[in-house]
Write a protein that binds this ligand. Structure first.
Ligand code: F0G
Length: 458
């Protein structure tokens, strides 16, 4: 029996949602070219497209919005955010950015030259896109267990240290501008990275003088997994654990739209004063002055408050419990998901559910479309639509090892009955799964194509 943890909050403002009719859903999907990104949000009943910027802010954050200082330079809200960043992350040098990919763009622009390679456990799509946009090559070196959905390794986001060392030796330090790791590993199931692994990754990078960056948008969820799964950490606070993680790194970037529970925002922090100077110059050119980085003062205020709230352990226990509830109920119904449940999302193994649809016809897309038609639920494909690409040498299509559909859970937003509705919709789809058909592109741009591509049914 799956247990749903009671929410450590109550609801004081509501936003209506509506399930439109089946005929209306069919028309909406067709008009969207079968790409769920192109739907009107009002035509969606339960929106699990992303956990990014979609969470519910707290009363403290909304009160903070009213206190936001909109001064162009040196605003009070920026000072507050600086204090929190110093305290939570231990970085003195940081800039706010409008979101995570803005930080990625600045970093890639400053550090990556064509032909360079950037290792990580797994890069997320925007990071990959920013590296490729500068002529670089993202390289994923996660442990093999990550590719086995049923393997219940507690830290499937870990990097394979032997692979990393071999990669550095083969590539040459001069071709590696920086090394990174994503916590939790979004592209690989929202799976955490252990402190032991973070330490080994940092040691390896540092042995070769490669700067180590953490892509940290879900750092609080990662820290809570360390507390509950890694020996020796049960008695430490999530906050202490987070600080221990960041103490290993030379820099970090964050999409604050995740664990800082704000609708917009990000940050980029480093230790090297020279690099920081260059970052500031880039920021001023593209984002805004160094004390606001493309955000309003009220956003900085909400971000400072959200960073602390995102570390609250009662909240994190509920948050990860909700994800586990959804994953376990799907498993009970024979729907394969990445196990054990990750942090921010449940990743359904579409390749396994729909073996009659080959990767080239996008089984994840077929399942995503079915979820919308059946229940007005919006999910996102994380498989060949997002990650298949032609091999630079042979030109042959390289498909990712897993064809997944991600059900990302916005923070503090949906209730148990919403999750139960999602489960029931899956059960209905499973009964008629053999009737589902694949898709082919009618339009696809070169980079980050999943956002704007269009399809037709095969
Ligand atoms: N890094 C990771 C691990 C992410 O998950 C994201 C965004 C980013 C960087 C980029 O941040 O959106 O603020 O520019 N992930 C969202 C998602 C979009 O749905 O997983 P951003």
């Amino acid at each position: 029996m799956s247990i749903y943890p009671p929410e450590p909050f109550r609801i004081k403002m509501v936003e209506p949602v509506r399930l439109i009719s089946r005929a209306e859903r069919e028309a909406a999907l067709r008009a969207a070219g079968y790409n769920l990104f192109a739907l009107n949000a009002e035509d969606v009943f339960i929106d699990l497209l992303t956990d990014s910027g979609t969470g519910a802010m707290s009363q403290e954050q909304w009160a903070g919005m009213m206190r936001g200082d909109e001064s162009y330079a040196g605003a009070r809200s920026y000072q507050r955010l600086s204090r929190v960043v110093r305290d939570v992350f231990g970085f003195d040098l940081f800039v706010p950015t409008h979101q995570g990919r803005a930080a990625e763009n600045i970093l890639a622009n400053l550090l990556i030259k064509p032909g360079m390679k950037v290792p990580s456990n797994m890069h997320f799509d925007t990071t990959e896109g920013n590296i490729r946009a500068r002529g670089g090559l993202p390289v994923n070196l996660v442990i093999d267990e990550a590719y086995d959905p049923q393997n219940r390794h507690p830290f499937k986001g870990n990097m394979d240290i032997a692979k990393l060392t071999a990669f550095i030796e083969q590539t040459g330090v001069e071709n590696i501008p920086f090394g990174s790791i994503t916590v939790t590993n979004n592209a690989g199931g929202g799976q955490p990275v252990s402190m032991e692994n973070l330490r080994a990754v940092a040691d390896t990078y540092h042995r070769y003088n490669i700067p180590f960056f953490i892509d940290c948008c879900r750092f609080a969820e990662n820290a809570y997994f360390i507390k509950t799964r890694e020996p020796g950490y049960a008695a430490k606070s999530t906050r202490e654990i987070a600080r221990e993680m960041f103490d290993l790194a030379d820099g970090t970037w964050m999409s604050a739209k995740k664990d800082a529970i704000v609708n917009i925002g990000g940050l980029l922090a480093v230790r090297d004063p020279q690099l920081f100077q260059q970052i500031c110059n880039q920021l001023i050119l593209r984002e805004g002055f160094i004390s606001y980085g493309g955000l309003a003062g009220r956003d900085l205020e909400a971000l400072a408050i959200g960073l602390e709230e995102g570390l609250d352990e009662d909240y994190l226990a509920y948050r990860l419990g909700q994800t586990a509830y959804l994953a376990n109920r799907l498993l009970e119904g024979g729907i394969g998901v990445i196990e054990p449940p990750g942090g921010h999302a449940v990743y359904v193994d579409a390749g396994r559910l729909l073996p009659h649809i080959p990767p080239a016809e996008f089984p994840g897309q077929a399942l995503s479309a079915a979820l919308y038609l059946e229940g007005g639920i919006r999910s996102v494909e994380i498989g060949s639509v997002m990650f298949a690409h032609p091999d630079p040498e042979s030109g042959k299509m390289v498909h990712p090892r897993l064809e997944l559909v991600r059900l990302a859970i916005p923070r503090r937003t949906y209730t148990q009955s919403h999750m139960d509705f999602v489960v029931e919709t899956f059960y209905k789809i499973k009964e008629n799964k053999d009737a589902l058909r694949g898709f082919r592109f009618t339009y696809a741009p070169e980079l980050l194509r999943h956002f704007t591509c269009r399809f037709e049914p095969v």
